[in-house]
Design a protein around this ligand. Structure first.
Ligand SMILES: [Fe+2]
Length: 249
């Protein structure tokens, strides 16, 4: 423990900030301008992309919300927005690769899109999806089965944020058994969603269940949180675990 740590009673010596460039690729964000609750304008998108670049990322796979009640965002809207982003990045000369998929909310529209094979994927077959925050959906396991039957590889966004799993890991165990990839929101580790979500993320890291880490960045507030997360011991632990596949995307 550092002298300052001893003086002020801190539990551990501060760790140096993790180099996020080691991850190479971010997999969850809201950078397409004006189509969800992320960047409102192309100027805001560019400020966020510049910040991601400066944090060391070489590539971002941005994932606008897609849901029945709210941001519908069919593929043509997302891909049109991606073109806008790519043009702006090229004009700027920024060395950052930009791709897009979506963050699908598990609802009846999503189930229909799975069967119709109309989902936007990343890394060929990966589909990012999220769950309601109120309660575990009854169709979760059948939706996973259907995705896999249609040739998709399900990636569950931020399992640490579903409070109904805080004390009961049985569904998460089933999802891992079935090959679902878990994606951590890195900012959970610095308490961006509160202490319970931080603890939940740390427990999942202890289990070795995360294979992807994402920023879920919507605004510069999230960039500041991401910067702060770099000194969290559990982010170090996760990156050193060798389980993350971000760099292969
Ligand atoms: Fe998100």
């Amino acid at each position: 423990m550092s002298i300052l740590g001893k003086l002020f009673g801190k539990g551990h010596a501060a760790l140096p900030p993790v180099d996020l460039g080691l991850l190479k690729c971010d997999v969850h964000s809201h950078f397409v301008p004006g189509i969800d609750d992320g960047a409102p304008t192309i100027e805001a998108s560019m400020e966020l992309l510049r910040a991601m670049h400066d944090l060391g990322y070489q590539k971002v796979i941005t994932t606008p919300h897609s849901m029945a009640d709210g941001y519908k965002n069919p593929p043509e809207v997302i891909l049109g927005g991606l073109e806008k982003l790519r043009r702006a990045v090229e004009e700027d000369g920024m060395a950052l690769e930009v791709e897009a998929a979506a963050e699908y909310y598990l609802d009846h529209d999503f189930l229909e899109k799975i069967t119709a094979q109309k989902l936007l994927t990343f890394n060929t077959d990966k589909v990012l999806f999220e769950l309601p925050f109120i309660s575990e959906p009854a169709v979760l396991l059948s939706a996973v089965f259907e995705m896999q039957t249609q040739g998709y590889r399900p990636v569950l966004a931020h399992p640490e944020r579903y409070t109904y799993w805080e004390t009961d890991h049985s569904t998460m165990e089933k999802l891992k058994d079935r090959g679902v990839i878990f994606q951590l929101n890195a900012i959970a580790l610095m308490g961006a969603y509160g202490p319970a979500t931080k603890k939940a993320a740390e427990k999942i890291i202890d289990k070795g269940w995360y294979e992807l880490v994402g920023s879920d960045c919507h605004s510069m507030k999230h960039i500041a949180a991401l910067e702060a997360a770099r000194t969290e011991p559990y982010l170090h632990k996760l990156i050193e675990s060798g389980k993350l596949v971000n760099a292969t995307l």
